[in-house]
Design a protein around this ligand. Sequence first.
Ligand code: PLP
Length: 356
Amino acid sequence: MDLKITKTEKPKQLPDESKLGFGELFTDHMFNMDYDPEQGWHNARIEPYAPIMMDPATMVLHYGQTIFEGLKAYRTSTENIQLFRPERNMSRLNDSAKLVCIPEADEAFLLHALKKLIAIDKAWVPGAPETSLYIRPTVVAMDQHLGVRPSNTYRLFIILSPVGAYYPEGFNPVKIWVTDQYVRAVCGGTGEAKTAANYAASLYGAEVAKKAGYTQVLWLDAIKKRYVEEVGTMNILFVINGALATPNLGGSILPGITRDSVLTLAKDWDIPVQERPITIDEVMSAHKDGSLQEIFGSGTAAVISPVSHLAWKDNVLTVGDGKVGPMAQKFYDAITDIQYGRSEDPFGWIVPVEEE
Ligand SMILES: *Cc1c(COP(=O)(O)O)cnc(C)c1O
């Protein structure tokens, strides 16, 4: 497929790298591509960043038929720009697409277009420590129609946002609220897709947790309300008796790429890895008998997010000494060292963005 490129005549001012937040600023250009049943995906183009005009009856606004991805580009000390396992994000975008009846796109072409887009907006990839360029591929249903059915037309776009260090003052362990009152996803639903409905469904429970003084919710399974699933919008991992345990992917859990990277590193380091059902009761009793050593979340934005406290029913337990555990630190360092090119990449995770 051709990729048409139109560059902006009015480049924006580059932001102050020491003041970057998350997802607030966007670069000069974006990628766009359209779908209709006759032409399939077509009209692939990189053009100036701009609003998308939509009729008020556009289906995505009513029925939420939309999917997205999240990944990052990193600037190394030698001024190379590189991506971390981006082909995984492209294939997961297609996995999400299937679950909500969105037509799949050519993964290799998407990666090619993404590299081109980043090369054009290269100056926007920040270089300050632990900053990066966050990448958001998205697909939205574009038919103008009321009445629930899959759309016939779609827009796929990619936007880029320079983001600050997640932990500017070092790790910030979080307090987590466990709930059996609200659920995020159910097997047979869309929990394993990055689709809007899952995030809308998580908002109310997360607000209740915030009001109670907690940063995030720990989600339990929707049926028995016993099995641990995810924490906020991250996967969750436990260190119990020296082993790394995480819930197995059963249909309601998002298959995180950071999760997979942590598990791959653990196996490489000969740490016992268990992907299995984990009940909240097991976590509580492991805390009681002293075998619970660490809890942390994993995801692209924070990489690793250590948990200091867990509130469940009338108990508030402190994980370890409430500080960052050695495993959380070790995974964070190993992954970010590979992402920023500070260490070897023995797993072939890095994809460079060549100057084109
Ligand atoms: C994106 C996401 C994750 C983490 O996935 P990564 O590929 O590691 O960024 C975990 N859970 C949910 C619900 C997510 O949306």
